[in-house]
Write a protein that binds this ligand. Structure first.
Ligand code: ADP
Ligand code: MG
Length: 268
């Protein structure tokens, strides 16, 4: 059984997609079978593996959009793809999803449970399932909260990104009170962290004061290497294994597995 982790922050550009991709690389290097779910109509994660042209090959019926269509009953083997990276699998995103992601705060309808049911069926083939989400808390992000065991909130140590944290905590509370009582926070991960910036250090301290151990001890540094890895469409550990960016990614993956083990969730 895989542990399912929703990667959520309604602010764009905070590193949700990068976190999914680069963590997947580090976890796969450690022998974990990782399924990435590109639950964002922008399909950035899918483009991150196969480019824009590659991502455009996936239509409504052979992408994550199929999960939101009550007329389609996809089987995991039919829509999950292997990537070029051993141990990393991808359920592609599709812009066909965009007209599904309009509703703010929907009633818990079949769309949410469709993702949960689908992942439950796929679960035995993976150790970790990471769901990348759009920069909103509409249907897609809610469906991922219903389908997940844990939530990871990436945030740049800056005002706007940090403002995204509370709405996610509210979303977790709403899911706990409703369709997913077992959902819990895995942690807040500081991303794009520039330790030379006083403002980043200040937000780091503030977050730790306020959220305590919920903030990951390890963090992802701001580094051009991530941009280069994205440009080459590879996870960080496959781009430059011996780099600060790569070591930081591995440290986050290890901390993530440690946090799962501490709460006796599978996959650790
Ligand atoms: N640690 C990092 N250092 C430098 N650039 C980064 C880092 N993480 C992400 N980026 C860049 O920031 C941009 C936004 O990241 P992304 O993961 O797409 O955010 P989100 O999915 O939250 O919108 C991308 O261009 C990405 O290459
Ligand atoms: Mg993204």
């Amino acid at each position: 059984m895989a542990v399912v982790i929703a990667v959520v922050n309604p602010k764009g550009g905070v590193g949700k997609t990068s976190t999914c991709k680069h963590l997947a690389g580090a976890l796969a290097r450690q022998g974990r079978r990782v399924l990435l779910v590109d639950n964002d109509p922008q399909a950035s994660l899918t483009k991150g593996f196969w480019g824009k042209a590659g991502a455009n090959l996936f239509g409504p019926n052979d992408s994550v959009a199929a999960l939101y269509d009550p007329r389609v009953m996809p089987m995991p083997g039919g829509i999950i793809r292997v990537t070029d990276f051993p141990g990393i699998y991808l359920l592609p995103g599709s812009r066909a999803l965009s007209d599904r992601n309009m509703t703010p705060r929907p009633a818990w309808a079949s769309a949410e449970s469709a993702m949960r049911d689908f992942l439950a069926e796929a679960s035995a083939d993976y150790d970790v399932i990471l769901i990348d989400n759009p920069p909103s808390l509409y249907l897609c992000s809610h469906a991922s909260l219903v389908a997940s065991d844990r939530v990871l909130i990436p945030a740049e140590p800056e005002d706007l990104a940090v403002q995204g944290i509370e709405p996610v905590l509210d979303g977790i509370a709403a899911a706990q009170a409703g369709p997913n009582p077992d959902l819990s926070l895995l942690g807040i991960l500081l991303t794009k962290y520039d330790r030379r910036l006083a403002i980043h250090n200040a937000f780091d301290a503030l977050l730790r004061e306020y959220h305590g151990n919920d903030v990951f001890r390890s963090s992802i540094p701001l580094s051009n290497d991530f941009k280069l890895a994205d440009n080459h469409r590879v996870p960080m550990v496959s781009h430059r294994a011996n780099s600060a960016a790569s070591w930081a990614t591995i440290a986050v993956a290890e901390e993530l597995l440690g946090r799962l083990a501490a709460t006796k969730v599978a996959a650790a």
